[in-house]
Write a protein that binds this ligand. Structure first.
Ligand code: GLU
Length: 319
């Protein structure tokens, strides 16, 4: 694995990153519409790197499960692109940065129900609808996909067992405050861009967001994007499609702060309001960092700072 000449070994570097970036004072916010996220201790911080050569390095709370939230959107997009499903999907959702909040209604109305990209909520609802045409429980399908890519056993939901799982109680709590996502789904339906009932698409989408995973599992699950589409048990996507998912992460993966993230980190990434960020270093590794407190745009404060530091110290930026 290539790092800048003179950089310390990766395990030492990650320890250092955790020591320096684990939040020491209570800064940043958590989303008010997802009650579960308010309970997570603010000083949690984990980081994991899974390499294309098969190594995994991690530090801090890398093995504590957290709510993946919008990081799920990378994987649902990848699943929707499997098996040549892309032409139909790309007639329903664009690939441009939105320049507005991830859950904005105004843009969807002005643009006649075609979401700007699959990583804002409206776009993810269309992707969910697309997946539900093949598998009505798209969230369970996503869970199986993530479990396989992370190289874990399916989890039954018991504390202490490894592996991704859906936190159904957290999902129910979020669903109770999902008026805005329901409004987006009803707009999509009105414009003819949703085939299933708005309520069932939102319910399924919220369960995808409520999947709990560790940094280590997410880094392993995202590795196919750094590895020409090759995942834990074979081809997930052809190299050209894996490249395109990475491109959309770079331009649209960080809400309305994709430009700032590209400037500071220089790598394709996708964040979630659970405080996780998944980043791809093409050809080399997938990185997942987690720290719960968010900046005003919804990205992990300490996580973004840690990735900027890591990219400076390793020379991993794509630029
Ligand atoms: N479940 C969250 C929502 O739909 C996801 C937001 C996010 O992580 O961007 O509002």
């Amino acid at each position: 694995m290539t790092t800048t000449l003179g950089a310390p070994p990766l395990d030492v570097l990650l320890e250092d990153i955790v020591r320096y970036h684990r939040p020491r004072k209570e800064t940043g916010a958590v989303p008010r519409n997802i009650p579960f996220l308010a309970k997570v201790p603010f000083d949690r911080f984990g980081i994991a790197v899974a390499t294309t050569t098969g190594d995994v390095f991690c530090s801090g709370d890398a093995d504590v499960p957290f709510s993946i939230q919008s990081i799920s959107k990378v994987f649902t997009l990848a699943m929707a692109l499997q098996g040549g499903g892309s032409p139909r999907l790309w007639s329903r959702v664009l690939r441009e940065p939105s320049g507005t909040a991830f859950n904005s209604l105004v843009q969807l109305e002005a643009e006649h129900g075609i979401p700007r990209n699959p990583f804002i909520n409206a776009g993810a609802l269309v992707v969910t609808d697309h997946l539900m045409e093949q598998t009505p429980d798209a969230a369970a399908h996503l869970l199986r996909f993530l479990t396989e890519q992370a190289g874990q056993q399916a989890r039954t939901g018991k504390q202490g067992q490894p592996g991704p799982f859906i936190d159904e109680a957290a999902a129910a709590g979020e669903l109770a405050g999902s008026s805005r996502n329901l409004a987006l789904a009803h707009f999509l339906k009105d414009f003819g861009n949703l085939t299933r009932p708005a309520e069932s698409v939102v319910e399924n989408y919220v369960r995808q967001c409520s999947i709990m995973m560790t940094c280590t599992e997410l880094a392993k699950a995202g590795l196919f994007l750094a590895n020409d589409g090759q995942g834990a048990s074979g081809t997930v996507l052809p190299p050209s499609e894996a490249k395109r998912v990475g491109s959309i992460m770079l331009t649209c993966g960080m809400y309305d702060a994709a430009g700032e993230f590209a400037y500071r980190v220089g790598l394709p990434g996708k964040s979630g309001v659970g405080g996780g960020i998944l980043v791809i270093v093409p050809g080399q590794c997938a990185i997942c960092v987690w720290s719960p407190r968010l900046d005003a745009k919804g990205n992990s404060l300490a996580g973004t700072a840690a990735l900027a530091d890591l990219s400076d110290r390793t020379g991993w930026s794509v630029f």
